[in-house]
Design a protein. Structure first.
Length: 354
């Protein structure tokens, strides 16, 4: 245990800076961190002396490896409130970032997964570095790509969003730029200089232009996207409207890359896979706020189910990596089970104060 705060806040000139401060836990996001950050964002939004907000992770390994899902797993086993409160407050925070009235600059260097993506991808400026490794790995733990995945994944080019969502594939800085997940590349060793430039900027009449000017001399070239050669394959093989159609296409292809994707899908929760396909289909037609309301409904259905607890047990607790999913096959996941994940929650719905 440590007395060090889990999240740090500071002012540097016109810049308000957030540092996720759990480097030994890869800056995994806790409810305490969420509840500390939300009022700061609200305060800075109303403060005329704040021109922009930046967020980074402490240490060199991670921006944020995701939400503290093991704590949620424990609470669920014990009937604790965290299974409701964490997602409720996290999704409201994601919404605040999406609608933020000032430039929100995320320095996404190192591991960025799940909840870390929710803290960054909705900001106005998403700056990747040389250490960036980004993924939405939720189907491997019996969950779904949340924190606004319903919004941003269907809006990625081709079928790359569905591919990322189903397989949990890990991508690097050049790939993030290729897909539009990132807006800029600044090498790791220049990111402190970027913060200094943002602190010294004159936000005056056009804060967005001030951030762009600060970024301009520090941008670098991450090199070619390793994903580029596979974009046409993803578009073709993940074009199906169902998980079964995707799997049939991959099997018919028979190539090495297709076989690799089949291996990834075979290890995922069948329920997560089917629900995720429906999530992205619906999310592509919804506005951001409606996506978050939908995701909260989904989160509560998964908290009431089996696979999340089994996935966390297999991956993070016992670490045998042999989850016993229920249902165990895609064939057993019927439409009624999928639909149950989108059912309204009555007076427990996610709501927004403004």
């Amino acid at each position: 245990m440590t007395d060090e705060p889990q999240i740090l806040f500071e002012r540097r000139g016109g810049l308000a800076l957030i540092t996720l401060n759990r480097p030994k836990a890869l800056n995994a996001l806790t409810l305490e961190m969420i509840r500390a950050l939300q009022p700061r964002l609200d305060e800075w939004a109303a403060d005329p002396t704040v021109g922009a907000v930046a967020i980074r992770g402490a240490g060199e390994k991670a921006f944020c490896a995701g939400g503290d899902v093991r704590a949620i797993w424990q609470a669920g086993k014990e009937g604790g409130a965290l299974t409701r409160e964490f997602f409720y407050d996290e999704y409201r925070l994601n919404r605040s970032i999406h609608h933020y009235p000032k430039p929100f600059v995320a320095l996404i260097d190192g591991v960025c997964m799940g909840g870390g993506v929710g803290l960054s991808v909705h900001g106005s400026h998403r700056v990747v570095g040389g250490r960036t490794l980004l993924a939405m790995p939720e189907t491997a733990i019996g969950l779904f790509p949340d924190v606004g995945g319903s919004w941003f994944l269907p809006r990625l080019p081709g079928r790359t969003g569905l591919w990322l969502a189903l397989t949990g594939a890990r991508i690097k800085a050049g790939d993030c730029l290729q897909l539009g997940i990132a807006t800029d590349f600044v090498p790791s060793d220049r990111q402190e200089a970027l913060l200094e430039a943002l602190a010294a900027a004159d936000y005056g009449a056009d804060a967005e232009a001030a951030v762009t000017a600060a970024l301009a001399p520090l941008r670098g070239d991450p090199g070619p996207s390793a994903l580029q050669p596979y974009l046409s394959e993803i578009a073709r093989l993940f074009a199906g409207a169902t998980v079964e159609a995707v799997i049939d296409a991959l099997r018919s292809d028979g190539g090495d890359w297709a076989r690799e994707q089949l291996g990834l899908l075979a290890a995922r929760s069948p329920t997560s896979l089917k629900v995720t396909v429906e999530q992205l289909r619906r999310g592509g037609e919804l506005d951001f706020d409606a996506c978050m309301v939908m995701e909260y409904r989904m989160s509560q259905a998964f908290m009431a189910g089996h696979d999340f607890y089994e996935g966390i047990r297999a991956v993070l607790v016992d670490k045998d990596h042999a989850p016993a999913w229920k249902p165990a096959s895609l064939e057993e996941v019927d439409e009624a089970l999928v639909e149950r994940h989108f059912a309204p929650l009555g007076d427990r719905e996610l709501t927004f104060a403004d």
